[in-house]
Design a protein. Structure first.
Length: 172
């Protein structure tokens, strides 16, 4: 299995079977982490779903929204954003890309976002679409992967015309 050397060249030295299996399972677990993040986000950033996804010292940021430090503050802050700004949403998290750090117990995970939402506006709720990507760092501790950093980089957004015809709340 090829590995990237610090200078970017591929190192073709094979990894032991156990390490290869760990990395395969880790990629699947990080895809699950991203999916659980979307699940919580679509349930109005439910703190019971969101908080366990983050390391105690994690950070979350999105320009135009906020920056939060610590798992508890992230869970509270995201729930507040859902209550005050993002009134309804459906997140499509696409193509998670995992890059392991040298220790393979930490990694960078990036994925695309396509989101349909209803946002609070000055003249009332407004249906919108958003697109961008997430850039995150993860760590493997106590037999699970958690986010240590999540940055949302919105690249495009607009008003949905005509507005969404059906918007069902997601069950917990």
């Amino acid at each position: 299995m090829a590995r990237a050397a610090p200078d970017g060249r591929l190192n073709m030295a094979p990894l032991p079977m156990e390490e290869r299996l760990f990395r395969i399972e880790a990629r699947q677990e990080m895809e699950g982490l991203v999916a659980r993040y979307a699940h919580g986000a679509d349930r109005r950033n439910d703190p019971a779903i969101m908080r366990p996804l983050f390391h105690a010292d994690a950070t979350w940021s999105a320009e135009g929204f906020a920056t939060f430090h610590g798992a508890a503050a992230i869970a509270r802050g995201l729930a507040r954003i859902a209550a005050e700004q993002v009134l309804w949403s459906i997140h499509y998290m696409v193509a998670p890309h995992v890059e392991f750090m040298e220790d393979a117990r930490s990694a960078r995970c990036r994925w695309y976002l396509w989101e349909l939402s209803t946002m609070a506006g000055d003249s009332g709720p407004e249906d919108r679409w958003l697109g961008g990507w997430y850039d995150s760092l993860t760590i493997y501790e106590e037999e699970e992967w958690k986010f240590t950093s999540v940055k949302l980089d919105l690249r495009v957004q607009g008003v949905a015309t005509p507005p969404w015809a059906i918007k069902k709340a997601f069950a917990p």
